[in-house]
Design a binder for this molecule. Structure first.
Ligand code: UDP
Ligand code: MG
Length: 340
């Protein structure tokens, strides 16, 4: 298998027919040895029956169906862990990730210089507010986290086997894939494309879910918010001590006065606010530790086009994936020494 294309699908009955048509045409022009893995992420519309008939009609289109809606991250992971190709592409079902771009991306991967080729979209048709917020977010993020995240770079990308195995070895259950893709490293090439608007169906992202996603991004990849809460605590404490000293000196100098109601209230509310923020930050990390310790699978399959598909998540395959990664590394070392 030369190329696997993983497509997470959640309530995509409107986008599917066009997607299948375009993919079938584009991919067969690229290579005869391709497969498409459509992952139904617990859709509530006709997505699953449609996937069944797509598989009947085009056997190269395989499908997996998750037992409920696990979210795009899990759907992508399910697809990645079932992909058999030497190269694996990930794209959205709504054709916002133009499959024609694969013709530009694959040669870069094949050149051998890169393990990941990512597509970066321009922000032409985006709402102004969202664009501005995104820009601000990425500026802040890159100050905060230790890996570099780029604006406009999403999940549309092609990975070689090595990168896929590397991703599958990361066993965390809180998956912020943008960060994971960056974390695994490997040489990465970028291809730009013009932003495409969603033609059919509705986006599954609200402002609120984007905001939550943003917090995930910060918390998944560093401990700096914890460190920052310590600094904030120190800062407020120093202020409070200085203020107390001043009040004390003032009382000794001018005698005790009843005034100070305003300052008391201000101090109490300010401190209350700071404490809540810091507690929230700690709670955020604690919650993640709780989620990780449960070691739940990241998805469960309820149906699949192949009978022998493992129904567990990639977590169970972690060890296997590590070994495979080891092999690719060894192979390459041997190849290199052969050449030398
Ligand atoms: N998706 C998914 N599970 C979800 C939400 C979304 O598999 O819970 C899929 C969806 O079907 C689509 C892709 O993720 O293929 C991107 O979703 P969407 O187009 O809504 O996001 P946007 O393009 O607006 O970022
Ligand atoms: Mg979309």
């Amino acid at each position: 298998m030369e190329l696997s294309v993983v497509v997470p699908c959640y309530n995509e009955e409107e986008s599917l027919p066009r997607l299948v048509e375009v993919l079938a045409e584009e991919l067969s022009a690229l290579t005869p040895h391709f497969e498409v893995i459509l992952v139904d992420d617990g859709s509530r519309d006709r997505t699953l029956p449609m996937l069944r008939s797509v598989h009947q009609e085009h056997p190269r289109f395989r499908y997996l169906s998750l037992s409920r809606n696990f979210g795009k991250e899990s759907a992508m992971l399910a697809g990645l862990s079932h992909a058999r190709g030497d190269r694996v592409a990930i794209m959205d079902a709504d054709l916002q990730h133009p499959p024609t771009l694969l013709a530009q991306m694959l040669p870069l991967l094949d050149s051998g210089d890169y393990s990941q080729v990512v597509a970066r979209r321009t922000r032409t048709d985006d709402p102004v507010v969202r664009t501005a917020l995104s820009r601000l977010y990425y500026k802040m993020m890159n100050r905060l986290v230790d890996i570099e995240l780029q604006d406009g770079v999403g999940d549309f990308r092609v990975l070689d086997r090595r990168a896929v195995q590397a991703l599958l070895t990361l066993g965390e259950s809180n998956r912020f894939s943008k960060g994971l893709f960056a974390w695994i490293g490997f040489p990465t090439a970028v291809v730009d494309y013009e932003n495409v608007s969603r033609e059919t169906g509705a986006t599954k992202w609200s402002m609120r879910s984007l905001f939550n996603y943003g917090i995930d991004g910060v918390v998944s990849f560093n401990y700096r918010p914890l460190r920052m809460s310590i600094w904030l605590g120190i800062f407020v404490t120093v202020l409070a001590v200085a203020y107390a000293a001043w009040v004390l000196v003032d009382a000794i100098w001018h005698g005790n006065s009843v005034a100070g109601y305003v300052t008391t209230i201000c101090a109490v509310t300010l401190l209350g606010g700071v404490q809540l923020i810091v507690l929230g930050v700690i709670g955020e990390y604690l919650g993640r530790i709780y989620a990780e310790t449960k070691q739940r699978p990241l998805f469960l399959l309820k149906e699949s086009s192949d009978r022998d598909a493992p129904v567990t998540s990639a977590l169970g395959r972690e060890h296997e994936a590590l070994q495979e990664l080891e092999h690719t590394r060894d192979d390459q070392a041997i190849e290199r020494s052969d050449q030398a």
